[in-house]
Design a protein around this ligand. Sequence first.
Ligand code: SF4
Length: 179
Amino acid sequence: MVRTPADNARSAFDALERLYSDADEAVRRLAAIHGARLACRPGCGQCCVDGMTVFAIEAANISRRHAPLLSGAEPHAAGACAFLDEVGRCRIYDDRPYVCRTQGLPLRWTEERGDGAVVELRDICPLNDGGIPVEELPSGECWTIGPFEERLALADIAFGGGRRVPLRSLFGTRKSGEE
Ligand code: SF4
């Protein structure tokens, strides 16, 4: 049976939903470990910066699920993410992009330096920097940047994406693939 573009889009959206579900489960495990140091709460919005871009598949997912918001509401004023509301809450929380789901956790990733050496780097939101220094945490107690990003890139390829979309640009538009 020949697969249509609509079939491919559905499969890609299914893969995205599974990725979000798996990421949320992994985030819950880490949040339970780090609960005492996490200042993250509804209305914070410190990590909801302006100018974020997402893969085309995530942009299309937001568009198909939030058409009334995107066509009928105003974006947040410049200086913060367009999807924040007036009290600092995300208006698309259940469908927020992958990157938004891991904010606030201790992060770890590797980089190759100019001399070929691979080094591990770590970071955490300054608001969550109390307690054990992130450099001293076991690897398994940090969010490893890489595996989920790979899955997301593959889902975007399956979707036919291949470009980054500014979140703010979604307002006032209705994208293909919306329900
Ligand atoms: S999409 Fe939602 S969670 Fe992500 S940066 Fe914007 S307001 Fe924050």
